[in-house]
Every structure is written in structure tokens, then in C-alpha cells.
Design a protein around this ligand. Structure first.
Ligand SMILES: N[C@@H](CCC(=O)N[C@@H](CS)C(=O)NCC(=O)O)C(=O)O
Length: 228
């Protein structure tokens, strides 16, 4: 049995990716939530994660004693372990582009990630409007995402980035959630893609759990002062 170690569902965008991937692909697993109480070395989170991962971060996937850290490595492992689930596109060029898109998300879009952190239960339209007004780098990230998604949707005919659900959609699911939280205005076709991602059963299941968490973590909250 697979075990996935994750952080708080409301905040942990990196945990969301493999969790959604496995749920959506029908891969059974147990989850262990390691609650965020801070990322200082003395925090319970870091002390617990130090026992599980060499980098002390979530997510970590455990399979029969093997522990894999890092969301992208986990996705690659799952694709190899469950080849029939076709987690990557079957076509070689499409697969290469799907990997490029995931790697891009994994290492890029830093302005968007830092100014619009994932906060599933929150509705922060006014913050989104202000950030887009004051942070040209965030606008540039959103525009680049739009053009990446539009190009892939057009090339593969939708409804998801590579036609059927793939790792790429799981990797962009936290971004789709940010678009909703911060009410980011989007090209209509991009908005439809975001809505489709947010309606995937695996994403809905994660969002439902996140909303039920009721675990306000001040250090993850640059924009809200107190629990709703
Ligand atoms: N590149 C890593 C990033 C993992 C990551 O940064 N996870 C956050 C939670 S969403 C974390 O554990 N942070 C703890 C820390 O920064 O010490 C991945 O893709 O898994």
C-alpha cells in the first residue's frame, strides 16, 4: 500500500499535486497529514519530516519502505509504477511537452506563487486585484500561463491540457485554485479550463477536505489576520 505524507490541505500546494493525481487516476493510498506549525527547525512539522525526508518537506510518497520526496519525482514514479493509468500522454512529443510544462510549474512562476499563495478556503478578490495592479511580474506569470494553456488546449483539442487527464493537470490544479481564490481575470477559454480542473472529482475531494480543515495557520496567511 502506498502512503502519501502531506501538509495542511488548505495551504500545501505541493502536496495537492500527487494527492489529486492518485485520486483522479484511481490509485489507492493512505494519507498522513503532518500539520503545519511552522517551518523552523524546532517546529513539530520539521522534526517529524526530518524522520521521513532528507529535505524535511511534504509531499513524500512511501511504497514498501521506499520513500520518494519531491512532487515531480513522485509523479514520475507513479507513472512508471502504474503504466496502464497513462499518467503521461502516450505520444512522445506530447509527453515531452507535458514534462516541460510540469518542470516549468515546478521551478518557475515564482512571482505568482509567492504573491498569490494557495489558500483554498479564502476569497481574496480585492487582494488579487491589488496584487495584479502592483506586481507586474505576477501579471507576466498569469499571461505566460494563459498562453501555455491556450496553446496546449488548442494543440490537443481539450478538454484538458493533453486531451485526457494527465500529470500536467494535477500539477496545475493548485494554480487553478489560486485563480479562484484571488478572482484573477482570465481569457474565457482559460477560465473554462480552470473550471474543468476545479470540477475534477480528485480536485473536488481535496478542496472539500481543505474547506473542512478549519486550521488557520498565521504564518501561511499574508492577507488574512484571523480565522474566518
Ligand atoms: N520541490 C518540492 C517542494 C516541496 C515544498 O516546498 N513543500 C512545502 C509545503 S507545500 C514544505 O514542506 N515546506 C517546508 C519548508 O519549506 O521547510 C516538491 O515539489 O515537492
Amino acid at each position: 500500500m502506498l502512503t502519501l505524507y502531506i501538509g495542511n490541505k488548505n495551504y500545501s500546494s505541493w502536496s495537492m499535486r500527487p494527492w489529486v493525481l492518485m485520486k483522479q487516476a484511481g490509485i489507492p493510498f493512505d494519507e498522513v497529514v503532518v500539520r503545519f506549525d511552522g517551518f523552523e527547525p524546532q517546529s513539530q512539522f520539521k522534526q517529524r519530516m526530518a524522520e521521513i525526508s532528507p529535505v524535511g518537506k511534504v509531499p513524500v510518497l512511501e511504497d514498501d519502505g521506499l520513500r520518494i520526496w519531491d512532487s515531480l519525482a513522485i509523479a514520475e514514479y507513479l507513472a512508471e509504477r502504474f503504466p496502464r493509468r497513462q499518467l503521461w500522454p502516450a505520444d512522445v512529443p506530447a509527453r515531452a511537452l507535458a514534462r516541460a510544462a510540469c518542470a516549468d510549474m515546478h521551478s518557475g512562476f515564482t512571482a505568482l506563487r509567492s504573491h498569490l499563495p494557495m489558500n483554498i478556503e479564502a476569497s481574496l478578490a480585492a487582494v488579487g486585484e491589488r496584487v495584479l495592479r502592483e506586481q507586474p511580474a505576477v501579471v507576466a506569470d498569469v499571461r505566460r500561463l494563459e498562453s501555455l494553456w491556450l496553446g496546449l488546449l488548442e494543440a490537443h483539442g481539450g478538454p484538458l491540457l493533453f486531451g485526457a487527464f494527465s500529470i500536467a493537470d494535477a500539477f496545475f490544479a493548485p494554480v487553478a485554485s489560486r485563480m479562484r481564490t484571488y478572482a484573477v481575470p482570465l481569457h474565457p477559454d482559460v477560465q473554462r479550463y480552470v473550471d474543468r480542473v476545479l470540477a475534477l472529482p480528485g480536485v473536488v475531494a481535496w478542496v472539500d477536505d481543505a474547506v473542512a480543515e478549519h486550521d488557520f495557520r498565521p504564518f501561511e496567511e499574508p492577507y488574512r489576520q484571523a480565522a474566518p
